[in-house]
Ligand binder design. Structure first.
Ligand SMILES: N[C@@H](CCC(=O)N[C@@H](CS)C(=O)NCC(=O)O)C(=O)O
Length: 212
């Protein structure tokens, strides 16, 4: 079935929420068009507030009608393309995958403020205790998911899922700010996300837009 999908997108260097939706589309090979809103410029910001129903990116337009907010977009794509099984098939694994995705959506305020995504760059900061606690919680969560559900592949629930897309910007942030881990499980997971062809394609876009 052909679909007419258009993603309202933010700049690849810093738009974490766009990255999540974009990665799902790209990883599963779903054809889509992209319209960039560089909300760091006055004009791009004004256009975004005017043209996006929510005033934010990402927005997925399907056959000319909008779906907004990243988790809704992810759920919608999963329903539109059931052949990709974007959540784990086993009920408990699926519930936990939804829990970790929702936790990313609603938490980690200190990490978001102190470690903004600057894709591909390296920066030094001194994280606050709250930010360190966010990092520890995320690493523990990744370790637990990998231990309980990750036997069949390198991702949180074995195969790539929506939960992994939710944490992809965190992997980028950890690289940018030099967050290191003693845990092989955490390091392997970070490498699996970083080396995803779709993640690398996003990075190439971040570099070319910075050059341009
Ligand atoms: N809850 C929203 C958050 C979206 C969001 O924060 N988008 C940022 C870019 S990553 C944005 O549109 N920023 C534009 C602005 O600051 O006005 C979602 O999950 O999609």
């Amino acid at each position: 079935m052909a679909h007419d999908l258009l993603l309202f997108a933010g700049p690849k260097i810093g738009s974490t929420w766009t990255l999540r939706a974009w990665l799902i589309l790209k990883h599963y090979g779903i054809p889509f068009d992209e319209q960039l809103f560089d909300y760091n410029t006055d004009d791009g910001f004004a256009r975004l507030k005017q043209e996006s129903p929510s005033g934010w990116v990402p927005v997925l337009w399907h056959d000319g009608k909008p779906i907004w907010d990243t988790l809704s977009i992810a759920e919608y794509l999963n329903e539109l393309f059931p052949e990709h099984q974007m959540w784990p098939s086993e009920p408990r694994a699926r519930a936990v995958a939804r829990s970790v995705a929702a936790e990313m959506h609603s938490s980690f305020g200190a990490l978001r403020v102190e470690m903004p995504m600057i894709f591909g760059e390296k920066h030094t900061i001194s994280p606050s205790d709250a930010c360190k606690a966010n990092i520890a919680r995320i690493e523990n969560m990744w370790t637990d998911c990998r231990a309980e559900f990750g036997a069949d592949g390198p991702f949180l629930f074995g195969d790539f899922s929506i939960a992994d897309a939710m944490y992809a910007p965190v992997v980028s942030r950890f690289r940018t700010y030099g967050v290191e881990s003693d845990s092989a499980s955490v390091t392997d997971y970070r490498n699996a996300i970083w080396n995803l062809p779709a993640m690398q394609a996003w990075g190439a876009g971040a570099i070319s837009s910075a050059d341009g």
